[in-house]
Design a protein around this ligand. Structure first.
Ligand code: B1M
Length: 209
């Protein structure tokens, strides 16, 4: 079994202690950080499929998520930039009612690596919290909302509506997450949708240039 396959299996089975070691070993073998990351993202897809099929339950999803987070911690210095450029401030959070943060964290890492300062509001962020933070940081350039549940898509819509109602124009709103589409983003009045963290960073740069 290749080291990358070992990482996938360890993430799928929630081996939090083992994953950082395997990631270090995979890097030492010359594997690229992005390839390791993609393997872990795919492993989470497998976890989701097993959950859908009733083969595993929430606790197993949770330990898999923890294992992936441990792996991302090892990769973060390799994914993040040197912070030598400043493209402005990005405020990011997972919308109200939604506790999924791995994708949001990756988007934050990639946007930071693209040269933005990032304020991460965490998960289950009500529209009011986004608004309060925008008001406290009027220089903000990007507001980024993540959502992983179809049931929290209305919360994303409400967040974008409430932010737009402020009537401010100095920043752009980006949205993303597994159930989100470009059509939905346009429908709720977001400025941009991107499917993954890398694309989010590229789009954020485009939006401020
Ligand atoms: Co949840 N969960 N979960 N879960 N979970 C999903 C999302 C699900 C698809 C699983 C399934 O059924 N197959 C399903 C949603 C179904 C739906 O809505 N239609 C689901 C469900 C149902 C639930 C619960 C309701 C289960 C329950 O309690 N019965 C519950 C809800 C809790 C809540 O939020 N209120 C729940 C709970 C959890 C855990 C807490 C156990 C855990 C999350 C832990 C954590 O995040 N710290 C968890 C996990 C781990 C998953 C899966 C297995 C993996 C998610 C993940 O981290 N993927 C997930 C299945 C799946 O995704 N296939 C699932 C890896 C991550 C890198 O990908 O987050 O998609 P992702 O991010 C991607 C892109 O989406 C994008 O970039 C990233 C890649 O580069 N992206 C953006 C994300 N945000 C972006 C923002 C952008 C741009 C791109 O711009 C701003």
């Amino acid at each position: 079994m290749s080291k990358i396959q070992e990482i996938s299996t360890a993430v799928e089975t929630g081996k939090s202690k083992l994953v950082p070691t395997l990631v270090q070993e995979a890097l030492a073998e010359g594997n690229k950080a992005t390839d390791i990351l993609n393997a872990m993202i795919n492993a989470m897809g497998v976890v989701g499929d097993k959950f859908s099929a009733g083969e595993i339950y929430v606790p197993e999803m949770l330990v898999a998520a923890r294992a992936m987070q441990k792996g991302v911690e090892v990769l973060k210095p390799l994914l993040a930039g040197d912070g030598s450029v400043s493209l402005g401030l990005c405020i990011i959070g997972t919308v109200a009612g939604d506790l999924h943060d791995i994708g949001k964290n990756l988007v934050a890492i990639m946007i930071e690596s693209a040269g933005f300062e990032v304020i991460d509001l965490g998960v289950d962020v009500p529209a009011d919290k986004f608004i309060e933070t925008i008001k406290a940081h009027p220089e903000v350039k990007i507001v980024a909302c993540s959502g992983l549940l179809t049931t929290t898509m209305p919360a994303m819509q409400e967040t974008v509506r409430a932010i737009r109602a402020l009537g401010l124009t100095g920043f752009k709103i980006m949205v993303g997450g597994a159930p989100i589409t470009a059509e939905f983003a346009a429908e709720i009045g977001a400025d941009a949708y991107t499917p993954d963290a890398g694309a989010a960073a590229v789009k954020a740069k485009e939006l401020v240039s």
